[in-house]
Write a protein that binds this ligand. Structure first.
Ligand SMILES: [Zn+2]
Length: 313
Protein backbone atom coordinates (compact mmCIF):
# COMPACT_ATOMS: atom_id res chain seq x y z
CA UNK A 1 0.00 0.00 0.00
CA UNK A 2 1.24 3.46 -0.85
CA UNK A 3 1.15 5.21 2.50
CA UNK A 4 2.86 8.33 1.16
CA UNK A 5 0.17 8.94 -1.46
CA UNK A 6 -2.63 8.43 1.04
CA UNK A 7 -1.07 10.84 3.52
CA UNK A 8 -0.15 13.48 0.99
CA UNK A 9 -3.73 13.56 -0.24
CA UNK A 10 -5.63 13.22 3.03
CA UNK A 11 -3.27 14.52 5.71
CA UNK A 12 -1.18 17.12 3.90
CA UNK A 13 -0.22 19.02 7.06
CA UNK A 14 0.99 15.97 8.95
CA UNK A 15 2.68 14.63 5.83
CA UNK A 16 4.64 17.83 5.16
CA UNK A 17 5.62 18.23 8.78
CA UNK A 18 6.94 14.68 9.14
CA UNK A 19 8.66 14.76 5.77
CA UNK A 20 10.49 18.00 6.69
CA UNK A 21 11.49 16.64 10.10
CA UNK A 22 12.79 13.55 8.41
CA UNK A 23 14.76 15.49 5.78
CA UNK A 24 16.34 17.72 8.42
CA UNK A 25 17.10 14.83 10.74
CA UNK A 26 14.85 16.31 13.37
CA UNK A 27 12.40 13.55 14.08
CA UNK A 28 11.09 13.55 17.64
CA UNK A 29 11.77 10.54 19.87
CA UNK A 30 8.10 10.04 20.55
CA UNK A 31 4.99 10.97 18.58
CA UNK A 32 1.36 10.92 19.57
CA UNK A 33 -0.86 10.61 16.50
CA UNK A 34 -4.33 11.77 17.34
CA UNK A 35 -7.38 11.46 15.07
CA UNK A 36 -10.44 9.35 14.34
CA UNK A 37 -10.03 5.82 13.03
CA UNK A 38 -9.52 5.62 9.30
CA UNK A 39 -7.70 8.96 9.11
CA UNK A 40 -4.33 7.36 8.36
CA UNK A 41 -2.57 7.29 11.75
CA UNK A 42 -1.29 3.76 11.30
CA UNK A 43 -0.35 4.42 7.67
CA UNK A 44 1.74 7.32 8.96
CA UNK A 45 3.44 5.06 11.52
CA UNK A 46 4.32 2.49 8.86
CA UNK A 47 5.49 5.20 6.50
CA UNK A 48 7.81 6.64 9.16
CA UNK A 49 9.20 3.21 9.96
CA UNK A 50 9.87 2.53 6.28
CA UNK A 51 11.49 5.95 6.00
CA UNK A 52 13.95 5.02 8.73
CA UNK A 53 14.83 1.59 7.43
CA UNK A 54 14.42 1.77 3.64
CA UNK A 55 17.70 0.93 1.96
CA UNK A 56 16.77 2.60 -1.31
CA UNK A 57 14.91 5.89 -0.72
CA UNK A 58 13.43 7.34 -3.90
CA UNK A 59 13.09 11.14 -3.90
CA UNK A 60 13.33 10.88 -0.15
CA UNK A 61 10.39 8.46 -0.01
CA UNK A 62 10.49 4.79 1.00
CA UNK A 63 10.82 2.55 -2.07
CA UNK A 64 8.29 -0.07 -0.85
CA UNK A 65 10.38 -2.65 -2.72
CA UNK A 66 13.52 -3.29 -0.69
CA UNK A 67 13.84 -6.05 1.84
CA UNK A 68 13.33 -3.68 4.77
CA UNK A 69 10.23 -2.01 3.32
CA UNK A 70 8.75 -5.40 2.49
CA UNK A 71 9.36 -6.83 5.93
CA UNK A 72 7.83 -3.77 7.60
CA UNK A 73 4.84 -4.13 5.30
CA UNK A 74 4.39 -7.76 6.45
CA UNK A 75 5.00 -6.88 10.15
CA UNK A 76 8.08 -9.09 10.10
CA UNK A 77 10.80 -6.52 10.72
CA UNK A 78 12.44 -7.27 14.07
CA UNK A 79 13.22 -3.63 14.80
CA UNK A 80 9.68 -2.46 14.16
CA UNK A 81 7.32 -3.71 16.82
CA UNK A 82 3.66 -2.94 17.02
CA UNK A 83 1.34 -3.61 19.93
CA UNK A 84 -2.42 -3.28 20.27
CA UNK A 85 -5.01 -4.06 22.95
CA UNK A 86 -5.41 -7.70 23.94
CA UNK A 87 -9.11 -7.73 24.62
CA UNK A 88 -10.16 -4.39 26.05
CA UNK A 89 -6.82 -3.12 27.30
CA UNK A 90 -3.10 -2.95 26.70
CA UNK A 91 -1.53 -4.65 29.68
CA UNK A 92 1.73 -3.99 31.48
CA UNK A 93 3.16 -7.32 30.31
CA UNK A 94 2.83 -6.22 26.71
CA UNK A 95 4.87 -3.07 27.42
CA UNK A 96 7.46 -5.06 29.42
CA UNK A 97 7.82 -7.60 26.65
CA UNK A 98 8.44 -4.79 24.20
CA UNK A 99 11.08 -3.28 26.45
CA UNK A 100 12.89 -6.52 27.04
CA UNK A 101 12.92 -7.37 23.33
CA UNK A 102 14.37 -3.97 22.57
CA UNK A 103 17.06 -4.19 25.21
CA UNK A 104 18.23 -7.60 24.00
CA UNK A 105 21.20 -7.58 21.67
CA UNK A 106 21.43 -9.19 18.28
CA UNK A 107 19.00 -6.96 16.49
CA UNK A 108 19.35 -5.88 12.92
CA UNK A 109 20.26 -2.24 13.52
CA UNK A 110 20.66 0.19 16.36
CA UNK A 111 17.51 2.09 15.49
CA UNK A 112 14.20 0.68 16.72
CA UNK A 113 10.61 1.70 16.25
CA UNK A 114 7.68 0.76 18.36
CA UNK A 115 4.09 1.55 17.56
CA UNK A 116 1.26 1.43 20.08
CA UNK A 117 -2.18 1.23 18.51
CA UNK A 118 -5.14 2.50 20.58
CA UNK A 119 -2.68 3.86 23.12
CA UNK A 120 -5.58 5.24 25.20
CA UNK A 121 -6.42 1.61 26.04
CA UNK A 122 -3.29 1.18 28.15
CA UNK A 123 -4.26 0.41 31.72
CA UNK A 124 -2.57 2.51 34.37
CA UNK A 125 0.29 0.12 35.09
CA UNK A 126 1.01 -0.21 31.37
CA UNK A 127 0.94 3.57 31.01
CA UNK A 128 3.32 4.02 33.94
CA UNK A 129 5.66 1.40 32.58
CA UNK A 130 5.69 3.15 29.20
CA UNK A 131 6.28 6.48 30.87
CA UNK A 132 9.41 5.16 32.57
CA UNK A 133 10.61 3.83 29.25
CA UNK A 134 10.07 7.22 27.60
CA UNK A 135 11.90 8.95 30.45
CA UNK A 136 14.90 6.62 30.42
CA UNK A 137 15.11 5.26 26.91
CA UNK A 138 17.30 2.26 26.22
CA UNK A 139 19.19 2.82 22.97
CA UNK A 140 17.95 4.71 19.96
CA UNK A 141 14.26 4.36 19.31
CA UNK A 142 11.23 6.05 17.89
CA UNK A 143 7.94 5.64 19.76
CA UNK A 144 4.65 6.23 18.00
CA UNK A 145 1.40 6.22 19.94
CA UNK A 146 -1.87 6.18 18.02
CA UNK A 147 -5.13 7.29 19.62
CA UNK A 148 -8.56 8.60 18.74
CA UNK A 149 -8.91 10.21 22.13
CA UNK A 150 -5.90 12.17 23.33
CA UNK A 151 -7.73 13.18 26.52
CA UNK A 152 -7.41 9.62 27.78
CA UNK A 153 -3.61 9.60 27.52
CA UNK A 154 -1.73 10.44 30.73
CA UNK A 155 -0.65 14.11 30.61
CA UNK A 156 2.85 13.02 31.65
CA UNK A 157 3.02 10.80 28.56
CA UNK A 158 1.57 13.53 26.35
CA UNK A 159 4.26 15.92 27.50
CA UNK A 160 6.95 13.46 26.35
CA UNK A 161 5.48 13.26 22.85
CA UNK A 162 5.09 15.52 19.90
CA UNK A 163 1.34 15.53 19.24
CA UNK A 164 0.13 15.52 15.63
CA UNK A 165 -3.56 15.92 14.79
CA UNK A 166 -5.08 13.98 11.91
CA UNK A 167 -7.97 15.69 10.14
CA UNK A 168 -11.34 13.93 9.75
CA UNK A 169 -11.83 12.13 6.43
CA UNK A 170 -13.54 13.86 3.54
CA UNK A 171 -17.06 12.58 2.77
CA UNK A 172 -15.85 11.06 -0.50
CA UNK A 173 -13.00 9.15 1.07
CA UNK A 174 -15.16 7.96 3.95
CA UNK A 175 -17.69 6.68 1.43
CA UNK A 176 -14.98 4.87 -0.53
CA UNK A 177 -13.58 3.28 2.62
CA UNK A 178 -17.04 2.13 3.68
CA UNK A 179 -17.62 0.55 0.29
CA UNK A 180 -14.25 -1.19 0.56
CA UNK A 181 -15.58 -2.46 3.86
CA UNK A 182 -18.44 -4.19 2.08
CA UNK A 183 -21.26 -1.65 2.32
CA UNK A 184 -23.48 -0.79 -0.63
CA UNK A 185 -22.99 2.56 -2.32
CA UNK A 186 -26.29 4.04 -1.15
CA UNK A 187 -25.74 3.04 2.49
CA UNK A 188 -22.13 4.22 2.38
CA UNK A 189 -23.33 7.55 1.03
CA UNK A 190 -25.99 7.84 3.69
CA UNK A 191 -23.58 7.01 6.50
CA UNK A 192 -21.02 9.52 5.30
CA UNK A 193 -23.76 12.16 5.41
CA UNK A 194 -24.48 11.24 9.04
CA UNK A 195 -20.94 11.16 10.45
CA UNK A 196 -17.35 11.83 9.40
CA UNK A 197 -15.89 9.09 11.55
CA UNK A 198 -15.12 5.75 9.91
CA UNK A 199 -15.42 3.82 13.19
CA UNK A 200 -18.72 5.50 13.99
CA UNK A 201 -20.08 4.80 10.52
CA UNK A 202 -19.16 1.11 10.76
CA UNK A 203 -20.73 0.95 14.21
CA UNK A 204 -23.96 2.54 12.95
CA UNK A 205 -24.11 0.22 9.95
CA UNK A 206 -23.92 -2.85 12.22
CA UNK A 207 -26.76 -1.56 14.33
CA UNK A 208 -30.07 -3.29 13.63
CA UNK A 209 -31.91 -0.10 14.41
CA UNK A 210 -30.05 1.73 11.68
CA UNK A 211 -31.19 -0.69 9.00
CA UNK A 212 -34.81 -0.44 10.07
CA UNK A 213 -34.55 3.35 10.30
CA UNK A 214 -33.00 3.61 6.85
CA UNK A 215 -35.67 1.41 5.29
CA UNK A 216 -38.53 3.27 6.92
CA UNK A 217 -37.21 6.70 5.94
CA UNK A 218 -36.73 5.45 2.41
CA UNK A 219 -40.34 4.25 2.36
CA UNK A 220 -41.44 7.64 3.70
CA UNK A 221 -39.41 9.35 0.99
CA UNK A 222 -41.11 7.21 -1.67
CA UNK A 223 -44.57 8.23 -0.42
CA UNK A 224 -43.59 11.90 -0.23
CA UNK A 225 -42.05 11.86 -3.68
CA UNK A 226 -45.27 10.47 -5.15
CA UNK A 227 -47.38 12.91 -3.08
CA UNK A 228 -49.08 9.81 -1.65
CA UNK A 229 -51.32 10.70 1.36
CA UNK A 230 -49.96 7.57 3.07
CA UNK A 231 -46.91 9.73 3.87
CA UNK A 232 -48.98 11.42 6.58
CA UNK A 233 -50.36 8.22 8.16
CA UNK A 234 -46.95 6.59 7.95
CA UNK A 235 -45.60 8.99 10.55
CA UNK A 236 -47.83 7.60 13.27
CA UNK A 237 -47.97 4.10 11.91
CA UNK A 238 -44.23 3.59 11.61
CA UNK A 239 -41.87 6.50 12.17
CA UNK A 240 -42.81 7.37 15.75
CA UNK A 241 -42.15 3.74 16.67
CA UNK A 242 -38.75 3.58 14.99
CA UNK A 243 -37.65 7.04 16.13
CA UNK A 244 -38.67 6.86 19.76
CA UNK A 245 -35.64 8.53 21.30
CA UNK A 246 -35.19 12.25 20.96
CA UNK A 247 -31.55 11.99 19.89
CA UNK A 248 -32.50 9.57 17.11
CA UNK A 249 -35.40 11.69 15.85
CA UNK A 250 -32.95 14.12 14.29
CA UNK A 251 -31.55 11.22 12.31
CA UNK A 252 -34.89 10.76 10.58
CA UNK A 253 -34.68 14.25 9.12
CA UNK A 254 -30.97 13.86 8.31
CA UNK A 255 -31.76 10.69 6.40
CA UNK A 256 -34.69 12.27 4.58
CA UNK A 257 -32.48 15.22 3.75
CA UNK A 258 -29.98 12.79 2.33
CA UNK A 259 -32.55 11.28 -0.05
CA UNK A 260 -33.67 14.71 -1.22
CA UNK A 261 -30.10 15.90 -1.68
CA UNK A 262 -29.41 12.86 -3.83
CA UNK A 263 -32.55 13.73 -5.78
CA UNK A 264 -31.35 17.31 -6.14
CA UNK A 265 -28.04 16.15 -7.59
CA UNK A 266 -29.91 13.95 -10.04
CA UNK A 267 -32.41 16.68 -11.03
CA UNK A 268 -29.64 19.23 -11.41
CA UNK A 269 -28.05 16.93 -13.96
CA UNK A 270 -31.11 15.81 -15.88
CA UNK A 271 -34.29 17.42 -14.49
CA UNK A 272 -36.37 20.46 -15.41
CA UNK A 273 -36.12 23.87 -13.75
CA UNK A 274 -39.41 23.19 -11.94
CA UNK A 275 -38.22 19.87 -10.60
CA UNK A 276 -35.06 21.48 -9.26
CA UNK A 277 -37.05 24.29 -7.64
CA UNK A 278 -39.46 21.79 -6.07
CA UNK A 279 -36.61 19.71 -4.61
CA UNK A 280 -35.05 22.84 -3.17
CA UNK A 281 -38.39 23.79 -1.63
CA UNK A 282 -38.61 20.42 0.11
CA UNK A 283 -35.03 20.61 1.37
CA UNK A 284 -35.81 23.98 2.92
CA UNK A 285 -38.91 22.47 4.61
CA UNK A 286 -36.84 19.62 6.08
CA UNK A 287 -34.32 22.08 7.50
CA UNK A 288 -37.20 24.01 9.08
CA UNK A 289 -38.57 20.79 10.55
CA UNK A 290 -35.17 20.09 12.15
CA UNK A 291 -35.27 23.52 13.76
CA UNK A 292 -38.75 22.86 15.16
CA UNK A 293 -37.58 19.61 16.66
CA UNK A 294 -34.66 21.45 18.19
CA UNK A 295 -37.19 23.94 19.65
CA UNK A 296 -38.87 20.97 21.34
CA UNK A 297 -41.95 20.61 19.14
CA UNK A 298 -42.97 16.94 19.25
CA UNK A 299 -41.53 14.63 16.63
CA UNK A 300 -44.92 13.36 15.51
CA UNK A 301 -46.45 16.76 14.86
CA UNK A 302 -43.26 18.06 13.21
CA UNK A 303 -43.08 15.08 10.87
CA UNK A 304 -46.82 15.14 10.07
CA UNK A 305 -46.72 18.84 9.33
CA UNK A 306 -43.69 18.29 7.13
CA UNK A 307 -45.54 15.60 5.17
CA UNK A 308 -48.54 17.90 4.66
CA UNK A 309 -46.35 20.75 3.46
CA UNK A 310 -44.44 18.58 1.05
CA UNK A 311 -47.55 16.94 -0.45
CA UNK A 312 -49.96 19.88 -0.58
CA UNK A 313 -47.95 22.72 -2.07
ZN1 LIG B 1 12.66 0.48 0.73
Amino acid sequence: MEEAQFLEKNQPIVFTQLQKSFEHGRLAHAYLFEGESGTGKHEASIWLAKHLFCSNLQNNQPCNQCNNCQRIERSEHLDVQSIEPEGQTIKVDQIRKLQSEFSRSGFETKQKVFIIKDADKMNSSAANSLLKFLEEPVGQFLAILETDSVGRILPTIQSRCQILHFQPLSKELLQTKLMENGLGQQTAKLLSSLTNSFAKAVEISQNEWFNEARDSVQQWFNYLKEADPQAFIYVQKKLVKVFKEKSLQFESFSMLLFYYQSQLAEKTATGTVNEIAETNRVIELILQAEQKLRANVSFQSTAEQLAVRIIYK
